[in-house]
Design a binder for this molecule. Structure first.
Ligand code: UDP
Length: 237
């Protein structure tokens, strides 16, 4: 993968990134900081669309463990991603980046519904499109959403901005000698059940030839560094 030849990318932000230093919810300063980095990346000529998770507010699995019906809990999780998308939209527009939020669950008075061809047009016009409400279907995740939208929007790569700086051969929090992979094949990720993204997301990227770049977006400046091929990451391709 040649990063310098990329024209269009999808950036997936896990919800927990937006918590910033907190334990729950949305940290406005973190949204502003991430927005600045997205702006910088966009100013370098990239077309960017985004999928934002919802784990900082509500996860379906956690809700189900507390006794909620799983499908209902998943809908609650999807609604959480809409809140995050609106927060990121706000942060981006404050600094002059034009955006549109498109939700997989139509909510006409809040944002646009997801319409692929319309999203395409927004991106051609230089807008950042934020895809909210996941796939609109329970029992899925925003990782799968990110892979799906990346394929639909013909993205050159999927950048997964998370709280770890790549994929390790063991949990680095538990195993001090754990080593980070520089690159990995899709098949290896699936065969070894490495925790990059869910298997369905990885398979979707593999089948559509979309490399996944896993990097730590909590580290200031890392998005642009990774895009320039300088930051720390693991590339799955
Ligand atoms: N979700 C869903 N279908 C989707 C995407 C998300 O049901 O297509 C729900 C699911 O309950 C999930 C929650 O939304 O737990 C938040 O998304 P996710 O856990 O993927 O967020 P992240 O871990 O990236 O913060």
């Amino acid at each position: 993968m040649t990063l310098s030849r990329m024209k269009r990318i999808l950036l997936k932000l896990s919800g927990e990134v937006l918590m910033g230093p907190g334990q729950y919810g949305i940290d406005p300063e973190t949204c502003d900081r991430v927005a600045q980095e997205v702006k910088q990346a966009k100013d370098s000529g990239l077309e960017i669309c985004m999928v934002v998770g919802g784990g900082n507010i509500f996860r379906g699995l956690a809700g189900a463990a507390q006794g909620f019906d799983r499908a209902s809990a998943d809908y609650m999780g999807m609604l959480a991603t809409v809140m995050n998308a609106l927060a990121m939209q706000n942060a981006l527009e404050k600094i002059g980046v034009q955006t549109r939020v498109q939700s997989a669950i139509p909510m006409a008075s809040v944002c646009e519904p997801y319409i692929r061809r319309r999203a395409e047009r927004h991106m051609e016009k230089g807008r950042v499109v934020l895809f909210a409400a996941g796939t609109g279907l329970p029992f899925f995740t925003t990782d799968t959403t990110a892979a799906l939208r990346a394929a639909e929007m013909n993205c050159d790569a999927l950048f997964k901005g998370t709280s770890v700086d790549g994929v390790y051969d063991a949990d680095p929090k538990k195993v001090p000698t754990a080593e980070r992979y520089e690159t990995l094949s899709f098949d290896r990720v699936l065969a070894d059940n490495l925790r990059v993204m869910d298997a369905s997301a990885v398979a979707l990227c593999r089948d559509n030839n979309i490399p996944i770049v896993v990097f730590n977006i909590r580290e200031v400046g890392n998005l642009v560094a990774v895009l320039n091929g300088e930051g720390v990451s693991t590339i799955v391709q």
